[in-house]
Design a protein around this ligand. Structure first.
Ligand code: NAD
Length: 513
């Protein structure tokens, strides 16, 4: 059995066989029950963390509230300096953390490294942003008055993250929240808790080096019941939750009930439109990577290909050929294209989806199935499959978090393809492959894609941190990461200043005393 350097990586990251799952920043607490983390790569137990108890949660929130009082007054560029140091520590730990992401989540080592690079990139972005939290000046209608708009920190930001991006999603939120003057409490996915422990150890070093108080970066662990502690808690003004639509509907309601703010980053049902004007070589690479990369476990994974009838057979054959060359196996081995699903529940959902699409009338052209035997002992490795289907099928309308690709045919002009692409409840990522300038611009117009992300001549999968990331409709409407997504982590304040000795009342009202 090859170790791929995992023992050294865990050691470097300070991840032990049993870990405290609650952290106020520097101090850790661990009186709760243990959650074990098994690797989908080989089925081995990696380690455990303790779940956060109600008493520990109280301690975390009280500590975070205390830290906020100091942190909100620290000049934003100084907070940026802390985030810069965090980015440096991530650089130093990139290899080890990338390996742990790969081993605990199951994505390829290359993708694990890519995820850590995204964390580094968002730190760089946040450092620059820490000098650019610009407000506005506004012309007043009253003489001798001045108006302005400022952005202030919100307080505690609760971050609930999904298993499939076990470290990057936290960084997208936290790096921005920190420079905005907020303090954070993170609940990683219960499927990838050790990635959480590793990240918390990295930031704890930075906080310690700078003599900063406890409470700026906190971690809690556990299942949805621990997440609910935050969603129900009025002391947490913003909850940023990434995960399934099912979760988002519950979390969105719980936070809204107490009139808190939420950023919801939920499931997608992403399609690539393949026009007769497409470059087929690029199309096939983009489609296959989008559908099988991360074993179809990206929120932006390609689920549907909407192919023009005139090139349908050609594209279909090219995809079948490409799938024939896929190597499935240990994601730490660079020779493999496709790693495992996260756990056996995910394998069961994958099998159920294939069963359902068959009963609904789908035509399987690349067969799926669970792999067995040497190298596949975890029981989580599945074959990417391709099915000819209809957009109206119930199963095509849903997101199955696995490598199942549906082929849909369209006739006539690009509007028909766009109607199919938009004809689902989710609205995360979308793409068109075309060399027609008209089609490309139309796809990006108000009549085009209804998704938060719309691409031309690249696939649906992945995104750069510089843009705002998120989607519409049942994807939740939240935006994270770049552009002006930072505004969601702050409160807006409108100020009017009178620099005269007169007090003209609004609307010309006379109020003589
Ligand atoms: P999930 O919904 O099962 O869990 C996500 C997180 O929510 C976990 O930390 C979980 O403990 C927590 N949670 C679940 N129910 C909760 C509740 N009632 N209250 C509070 N917290 C609760 O999702 P998953 O299986 O980990 O991740 C896969 C899903 O995430 C897919 O649907 C994928 O598309 C989506 N996702 C979306 C984005 C995006 O940015 N749009 C990014 C990554 C993943």
């Amino acid at each position: 059995q090859q170790d791929f350097g995992m023992a050294d990586a865990l050691n470097k990251l300070g991840v032990k066989s049993s870990n405290h799952g609650t952290s106020t920043g520097l101090e850790t607490l661990g009186s709760g029950t243990e959650i074990s983390s098994y690797s989908p790569v080989d089925g081995h137990l990696i380690g455990s963390v303790t779940a956060t108890t109600a008493a520990e949660y109280e301690q975390v929130v009280t500590t975070a509230q205390g830290a906020f009082k100091m942190w909100r007054d620290m000049p934003a560029p100084h907070r940026g300096e802390i985030v810069r140091q965090f980015g440096e520590k991530l650089r130093a730990n990139k290899d080890a953390l990338g390996k742990l992401v790969s081993y605990e989540m199951g994505k390829s080592f290359q993708e694990g490294l890519g995820e850590v690079q995204e964390m580094i990139d968002i730190c760089d972005f946040a450092v620059g942003l820490s000098r650019q939290l610009h407000g506005l000046t506004i012309k007043s209608e009253r003489p001798g008055h001045h108006m302005q708009e400022q952005w202030h920190p919100l307080g505690i930001v609760g971050i609930i993250s999904a298993f499939n991006f076990p470290v990057a999603v936290w960084a997208w939120n936290t790096a921005i929240a920190w420079i905005c003057g907020d303090v954070c409490i993170w609940k990683p996915s219960e499927k990838t808790p050790l990635c959480g422990v590793a990240c918390q150890n990295i930031i704890a070093e930075v906080l310690k080096d700078n003599n900063l108080p406890e409470g700026i970066s906190c971690m809690i662990n556990g299942d949805y019941t621990v997440g609910e502690m935050m969603t129900a808690d009025g002391r947490v003004p913003l909850v940023s939750a990434t995960g399934s639509i099912r979760m988002g509907k519950i979390v969105g309601k719980a936070v809204a009930e107490r009139l808190g703010k939420s950023i919801l980053e939920l499931g997608g049902n992403n399609a690539i439109i393949i026009s007769p004007e497409a470059d087929l070589r690029m199309t096939v690479i983009g489609s296959v990577f989008g559908a099988v990369g991360t074993a179809g476990q990206r929120c932006t994974s390609t689920r549907r290909l909407i192919i023009h009838e005139s090139i349908y057979d050609k594209v279909k054959q090219a995809l079948v050929d490409a799938y024939g060359q896929l190597r499935i196996g240990n994601p730490l081995d660079e020779n493999n294209h496709v790693g495992p699903l996260i756990d056996k529940d995910a394998v069961n959902s994958y099998l159920a989806a294939i069963g359902k699409v068959k009963t609904e009338g789908g035509n399987v052209i690349v067969e799926g199935g669970v792999l067995e035997g040497e190298g596949y002992e975890s029981g989580c490795y599945v074959k990417p499959c391709i099915v000819e289907a209809n957009n109206e099928f119930e199963i095509v309308q849903a997101e199955t978090f696995a490598p199942i690709l549906y082929l849909l045919k369209y006739e006539g002009d690009v509007q028909n393809a766009i109607d199919l692409q938009n004809g689902v409840a989710q609205g995360l990522s979308s793409a068109i492959m075309t060399n027609s300038v008209q089609e490309a611009h139309y796809f990006l117009s108000a009549s085009g894609s209804d998704c938060g992300i719309a691409n031309v001549n690249i696939g649906t999968s992945g995104a750069e941190i510089g843009g705002a990331f998120g989607g519409e409709k049942e994807t939740g409407g939240g935006r994270e990461s770049g552009s002006d997504a930072w505004k969601a982590y702050m409160r807006r304040q409108t100020n009017t200043l009178n620099y005269t000795t007169e007090l003209p009342l609004a609307q010309g009202i006379k109020f003589d005393l």
